[in-house]
Design a protein around this ligand. Structure first.
Ligand code: URA
Length: 244
């Protein structure tokens, strides 16, 4: 959350009073003076002090879910089970949401949090969060497919994708398997890229999202809390800069 919101929630005064506190260099985050309220912080992971006194607040939660096919990447849905429905009652918090979305028929790694601005940041091109998928297609992937994806796939509507790294795992006339690494998150991107090559995706699983990988041991439909180290990684890479 934003630092000014965090201080407001902790009862440190009105917006105006908090602005004054910040301007007068009375607020520190991990020992560094904070002068702008737009800085993103997590009081569970960082030490926030005002006039030398620690500010106490409940920290954000972070889960890594192995999303099953058939479940929607949404907070609520009238018809289908959502990824939030898969979170146990004891782990639910207000404001939980998935970072990005996977199609309903896509399986794999999805981060879930109630750290509001984090999703925007992790999905922003500036932060270069790569996504890795395992793909099955209904046709032959010849070695030239590697160059096709590397050159930046163009969709029928003229949209050009960033270069993608394709690794062919097996190739047969009516069934091939591959791993693909992309650096963006366009709508139905992987399926459309393979369609542009001339084959249809029949199964899609996300196995990597930036620093995070889907462990073999995490069953489909299960989730785990991020480790302290992983949370620290989030702080270091996504929460140390000012919101633009
Ligand atoms: N690309 C797709 O086509 N679908 C997904 O779910 C994710 C990436």
């Amino acid at each position: 959350m934003r630092l000014d919101k965090c201080l407001e929630k902790a009862g440190l005064g009105s917006r105006k009073q908090i602005k004054t506190l910040l301007k007068s260099r009375q607020v520190t985050v991990d020992g560094m003076f904070a002068t702008t309220g737009s800085q993103i912080v997590d009081p569970g992971l960082q030490v926030i002090e005002v006039g030398g006194e620690k500010v106490g607040l409940e920290s954000a939660v972070y889960y890594l879910l192995h999303k099953p096919a058939g479940v929607v990447s949404a907070v609520s849905d009238a018809t289908h089970q959502t990824v939030i429905d898969l979170i146990a009652e004891k782990d639910r918090r207000a404001g939980l949401y998935p970072i990005g979305r996977l199609d309903r028929d896509t399986e794999g790694l999805l981060l879930i949090t109630n750290n509001g601005p984090l999703g925007f940041r992790m999905l922003h091109p500036k932060y270069h969060v790569d996504k890795v998928y395992e793909v099955e297609v209904n046709g032959f992937l010849s070695p030239d497919a590697v160059t096709f994806f590397k050159n930046g796939v163009e969709f029928l509507d003229g949209t050009v994708c960033q270069p993608a790294i394709l690794e062919i795992l097996s190739a047969d006339i009516s069934f091939s398997r591959a791993r693909i690494r992309i650096s963006e998150g366009k709508f139905h991107q992987v399926k459309k890229m393979f369609l542009a090559y001339g084959v249809k995706v029949t199964a899609l699983k996300r196995i990597g999202f930036g620093h995070f990988v889907l462990e073999e041991e995490l069953p489909v439909g299960a989730y785990r809390t991020l480790t302290e180290q992983e949370k620290q990684y989030i702080v270091e890479h996504f929460m140390k800069h000012k919101e633009k």
